[in-house]
Design a protein around this ligand. Structure first.
Ligand code: PLP
Length: 358
């Protein structure tokens, strides 16, 4: 059995390695908000119960209206999805049979979804440890490519590309007549969030993917959206199941968007916690990616691939995210979520012992 393609659902990691999952585990492989969902969801949950009796609004209008105000773009430029994952699938269906490129390292679903739709997927692999993107150098590679995916801020590195780079990338895509798809699922974790969503108002070749499941820790509810020009959104939405976004997700989404304090608190918490973690990793002699998000890449420079460290931690119930299916990284690093201080401390203690023993 192969290692699972995604984080979370830790049982599958243990099963794939023929290991027994310990009673107590800490899941560092899932990169949702360590502070959890906004408290308002718990408070309102019972009140929302009745919405499950009826079919949800197929266009998620109330939610989209609120997003339109928040993002300051017309609602006609937005499409709701059952998580960003559904949005990626819809885009892939729209691209069926085309040549598509993915800038790696990146979330694995772009390639998987496009391959499932018989696309020819061209990997463009950036070099570690900086993963710099030289937009101008891509012009040749993007000739004849219908669409390209860029994950910014980046999963798995936690880093983000500079504004000049992203703007140059969008320009090159325009020149080569390539649809430029930027996934901003984690943009709101940046200490100073940068978004390119407004570009869709004047650039028809740009699509921006967003998720609400990360910042608001509602991965089990599923909620995301796509921003783009209305004619293109209409084509992309053709294969969308009519009621794909459920009514509880809509209620929760609206409440989440109103909770600005939760977002501010999350950013502050993560920045402080990440600084503590990085300092300790430095002391212990581990390498880490210069992440500005709620996860980072970890590497013991003594190991060419991190499998032994991965399994050592799994035995103790500390589940990190393998990187076997991230082209360009392929096991040379492990992805780790920033969790609550107690959990982070446990991991750092385990890493301390690892270094003493190895
Ligand atoms: C970069 C990126 N985009 C999109 C998704 C999918 O998010 P959602 O939970 O909204 O489907 C993920 C999930 O891990 C992700 O890492």
């Amino acid at each position: 059995m192969q290692l699972p393609a995604h984080g979370s659902n830790t049982k599958y990691v243990y099963d794939s390695l023929g290991m027994k999952q310990p009673e107590q585990i800490i899941d560092f492989s899932v990169n949702t908000n360590p502070l959890g969902a906004p408290e308002v969801l718990r408070e309102k949950w019972d009140e929302w119960f009745d919405v499950i009796n009826d079919y949800p609004d197929p266009y998620a209008n109330n939610l989209m209206e609120q997003l339109a105000v928040q993002e300051n773009i017309p609602v006609t430029h937005l499409l709701a999805g059952n998580g960003a994952a559904e949005i990626i699938t819809l885009i892939a269906r729209y691209l069926t049979g085309s040549r598509v490129a993915v800038i790696h390292p990146a979330f694995s679903e772009y390639a998987t979804a496009c391959e499932n739709e018989d696309c020819e997927v061209i990997p463009i692999v950036l070099s570690e440890p900086d993963w710099n993107l030289d937009a101008a150098a891509l012009e040749n590679q993007l000739q004849g490519v219908k669409a390209v995916f860029l994950c910014n801020p980046n999963n798995p590195t936690g880093m983000h590309y500079q504004r000049e780079t992203v703007e140059a990338f969008m320009e090159i895509c325009k020149k080569t007549n390539t649809l430029c798809i930027i996934d901003e699922a984690f943009y709101d974790f940046l200490p100073e969030p940068v978004t390119y969503i407004k570009t869709v108002l004047h650039q028809e070749h740009v699509l921006i993917i967003r998720s609400l499941t990360k910042m608001y820790s509602i991965a089990g509810l599923r909620l995301g959206f796509l921003a783009g020009n209305p004619a293109l959104l209409q084509k992309i939405s053709k294969s969308k199941p009519h009621w794909s976004v459920n009514a509880l997700a809509m209620k929760a989404g609206i409440a989440c968007l109103q909770d600005k304090a939760h977002v501010a608190e999350t950013r502050k918490f993560i920045e402080a916690e990440r600084a503590v973690i990085f300092q300790k990793l430095e002391e212990l002699g581990f390498e880490y990616s210069l992440s500005r998000l709620n996860f980072y890449l970890l590497r013991d420079p003594a190991l060419p691939v991190q499998k032994r460290l991965f399994q050592y931690l799994l035995k103790q119930g500390l589940v990190l995210r393998h990187t076997e299916n991230f082209p360009g990284i392929e096991g040379k690093r492990l992805r780790v979520a920033v969790k609550q201080p107690e959990a982070n401390k446990k991991l750092l203690e385990a890493l301390t012992v690892w270094k003493q023993e190895n």
